[in-house]
Design a protein around this ligand. Sequence first.
Ligand SMILES: [Ca+2]
Ligand SMILES: [Ca+2]
Length: 449
Amino acid sequence: MQRFFLLPVLAGLFAASAQAAPPSPIEVPLQFLRRPARRKGKPPARRVFIPPGIRYLDKGLQPPPGEWKLPEFKSDAPVYSLLTLAGRKYLLVLDKKDEKSPFYDRLYLDADGNGDLTDDPPVDAPASPRRGPYLFADFPSIDLEIPLPGGKAPYAFTVRAYRRPLPSTAGKRPTRQQWLMRMNVYMTPDCAYAGRMELQGKTYRILMADTNGDGRFGSKEKVLIGFGRKRADLVYISGTGKINYQDGMEAQGLLGLGDRLFRLRFRRIEGKLLLDPLPEAAARLRLPMKVTRLVLAPAGRSAGILWFDPGGEIALPAGAYRLGSYQALREDDGGNEWILLAAGAKDGPALTAKAGKTLTLRFGEPFVPRVGVYARFPKLLWSRSVAARLSFTLLGAGGERVTDIRSMTYKKSAVPRSSRSRYRPLEPTYKILELPSLRVAAQGSFHYG
Ligand SMILES: [Ca+2]
Ligand SMILES: [Ca+2]
């Protein structure tokens, strides 16, 4: 850990003679973490936090275009998929161990990428494929070495598939294509990279995940505002100890820690993360509410920023930004810690940070409820009943939408809890009044989800 303190000192010594030398990056060694293998009927050997991730795979009944050498399949309808990991495509085929297997329970993966599936050992799923009306295939985890510029990097993932029951086919035998349409094939990453660094007397733990399952860690997808976004990978940071689920935020090109800002470079083959200190940031940004994590999404060409533990004011490079998302923590009167997550609105206020200027980012309190009403009027004009759907959204001062609010401790406090999910606050209620009598026509409460 010593070198984190030494490097800036050395950089300072040389600055006088060679002014053009850029500040030295902070080097954080990262370790490849793999989810421990499941042992039949026993819990895993040790607990390793591997964050969740998923990627749904395309599927077809014909091999994808290309030259393939295929084994003899037992299934009369093997399912072909192409899995892309770090830009490299791997053919994957779901087959059966036995013609009579009720669902796919054998997997072929062209792990060495030579187009030949006969030189790769098949991966077999245990025989417990039915849960209710669904059929499942749950294959054991697979390890790969992914070729990258400069070497090979380890990777581990699990392939799963399930099939929903077919709706009635009116006595006709369903076609293979109909079955395929009822089926999903997906993969979940079983690995991550994690490390620890010291900065200004504080210890930070950092974990890079492959949340979107593309074989890369810290993928920065086009950010992150509102619905319908492509998923970026999450970067998990903790300043207080072990990393867990709530520590993840969307990966960005820049990382803020306390009041310092860095450009991130992940050297996967070397197993290290480089944090280049950014030269004196140009503009200042005031934050009206204390947040633990903040994502500023780039508008235009500036790089997005993931900021961990920013104070009330941060320095940032000139550029155009919008609020991406944030996480705030607050303690109630009983000592329960509440987490609030919010996502910026697509048309939320844009910021243009200019050198020497101080701006205020509008977000947070006061939060206001917005109730949407979708009424469905009856087809018969003389019917008096109207069906209506009500929706409840909590919006912050910048138009951002609260996406989660929860507390995982249950000490007695003045905050009433939901009876359905006890880690959430009590659901809001509504009353619909008739005009002009103000008689209550309907009342009830909203539910989460
Ligand atoms: Ca092969
Ligand atoms: Ca990724």
